[in-house]
Ligand binder design. Sequence first.
Ligand code: SF4
Length: 192
Amino acid sequence: MTTNQELLLLHKDCRKCKSCELSKTRNNVVVAKGNSKAKILIIGEGPGEQEDITGFPFVGRAGKMLDSALMSVEIDPLEDCYITNIVKCRPPKNRKPLLNEINSCMPWLTKQINLLSPKIIILAGSTSVEAFLEIKKPISKMRGEWIIKDNIKIMPIFHPSYLLRSPSKEPGKPKWLTWQDLKKVKAAFDNL
Ligand code: SF4
């Protein structure tokens, strides 16, 4: 079986998951979108309303923001990236996922990473940094600096939904900082 087939099988299995309480309120399990051979893995927090309805991550306003941020540094969101979340089912009213929900869902992410073998991981927002790296620090203190784990270069960035609330592109503002962070990702991607 090819890696692509294994990943598709994982998607199928994950869509049936009932390992935590979020299975009771979701409409769809939101597993991933993008290229199963991508070298860049993007991990957000969890699905929102539009994602829950469509079954795909980052399709709402925050998703469009992420796409345009990636495209501004010539990274193709669907061709160069595989995009997922820490939890695959929408937390009610978009609350933060609980620790037990994160822990229940983490094996899916681990399997995705094992199959994908990404060279670069972008962690979008503090929840994904905290859950994935087990580091509890404000995202403003973490973003923009590479972290190396298991030979993977990891770049924390602001969550795109935060950028929606902070639209200024002036130097030093979150959008401009995210652009700097993604330029670093693009340089590392070009060097792979
Ligand atoms: S959030 Fe994750 S662990 Fe919980 S039901 Fe959905 S897929 Fe399963």
